[in-house]
Design a protein around this ligand. Structure first.
Ligand code: HEC
Ligand code: HEC
Length: 322
């Protein structure tokens, strides 16, 4: 009996040591992705393309800024663009606290280090980034577009804003070390192929991230683009992302390309951003006013690609007041 107990105890101790060794390995040796040798030349073309990508299509400045949720679509306070500020917290169902950092003060970062953060999810000091920062999607894009974003970031006026360090709950604080991954840059920016072009733009804009429901921080693949993700509003109530699969009843199946383009372009009027949202009134996280800057052919290609997805039946109630 005693002998059996001894053996059992040794097995348990051995297992604990093994688990500790694995956690230690994950924490201290992962992620192991070196920044590439890279020098991005700051050409006017790149800076202009980077401005468009960062401010309109890819939404960098949407997350890395403070937002005014008393106005329609929560416009960014202009003087905080790039300075960091959007926060994820337990009240939103996030397992920890995370604030999008200041990305106007990267002068000590090499181009390779910025590239690695955007496409692989590793900070300058090797810290793994949590994939709310959409590096898993950005890593699929053409390298040239990433270089343009880097060129644009180099032109930003540095802001003083200090963002507090993130705090992730256990076990996410360990798991996050396994998340960074080298981007494969597998998508091609090819305007001659409408479906391919639409897929590229949709990926760059990370539409999936908001239009796909999650369970415990994991995306439900079978609900891809079927909407229903909840966004609690500061002014009260909850808005939910729409079903943008081609389901005729609950998605975009009956929409025409013209209607789709028109819907986005209707938000180009700056009056929308000035609109004051009152307590418990409808507001939205959908970045309509940013996307209104997209070209009509880009929006058309996004629509064409969306129509190739499998339809998913999922009726979403857009807004519920408190
Ligand atoms: C959906 C919101 C979101 C979008 C869009 C987004 N980011 Fe981030 N970004 C974050 C968050 C949150 C972090 C911090 C993650 C962490 O620390 O785990 C981050 C981290 C970073 C970092 C690392 C900073 C540091 O100090 O470690 C860089 C650089 C960065 N983002 C650049 C960009 C660029 C460039 C774009 C656009 C191409 C972009 N981000 C788009 C949310 C976002
Ligand atoms: C930050 C989160 C977020 C991102 C990113 C986002 N959406 Fe949305 N979207 C929403 C929310 C929330 C709604 C529902 C409220 C509304 O209609 O404004 C919505 C609504 C929509 C609608 C309206 C559908 C209807 O039935 O009226 C369309 C179309 C749409 N999104 C397409 C897209 C596309 C295409 C992209 C990428 C280019 C995208 N969204 C990116 C959050 C997002």
């Amino acid at each position: 009996m005693k002998k059996l107990l001894k053996i059992t105890l040794s097995v348990i101790v051995a297992l604990l040591l093994l688990i500790m060794a694995i956690i230690g390995y994950i924490k201290f040796f992962l992620p192991s992705i070196d920044p590439p040798e890279l020098k991005v030349e700051l050409t006017p073309d790149r800076i202009e393309r980077g401005d468009y990508l960062a401010n309109s299509l890819m939404g960098c400045m949407d997350c890395h800024a403070q937002r005014d949720w008393s106005k329609f679509t929560g416009p960014t306070f202009m003087n905080t663009r790039g300075g960091g500020g959007v926060k994820w917290s337990p009240e939103m169902g996030f397992p920890g606290e995370l604030i999008a950092p200041n990305i106007t003060n990267l002068k000590d970062w090499s181009d390779g280090e910025i590239y690695r953060a955007i496409t692989c999810g590793v900070s300058k000091d090797g810290t793994p980034l949590f994939p709310i920062m959409p590096y898993l999607t950005y890593g699929q894009l053409e390298k040239e577009d990433i270089y343009s974003v880097i060129a644009y970031l180099r032109t930003l006026e540095p802001q003083e804003n200090e963002v507090p360090e993130r705090a992730l709950d256990f076990p996410l604080n360990i798991i996050v070390h396994t998340m960074p991954t080298e981007g494969g840059h597998q998508l091609k920016l090819n305007p001659d192929n409408e479906v391919e072009y639409g897929k590229y733009l949709l990926t760059a804009a990370a539409c999936y991230d908001c239009h796909t429901q999650q369970d415990q921080g994991q995306y439900l693949e079978e609900m891809a683009y079927a909407g229903g993700m909840e966004f609690p509003l500061e002014t009260g109530g909850v808005v939910r992302s729409a079903n943008i699969t081609p389901d005729p009843e609950t998605g975009l199946g009956k929409w025409t390309k013209e209607q789709f383009i028109e819907k986005f372009k209707s938000y180009a009027d700056s009056g929308f951003v000035a609109y004051e949202v009152k307590e418990n009134e409808y507001n939205t996280f959908m970045p309509w006013t940013y996307y209104a800057n997209l070209q009509e052919n880009e929006l058309g290609a996004i629509f064409t690609y969306l129509q190739t997805l499998s339809p998913v039946k999922n009726k979403v109630e857009k807004f519920t007041a408190n």
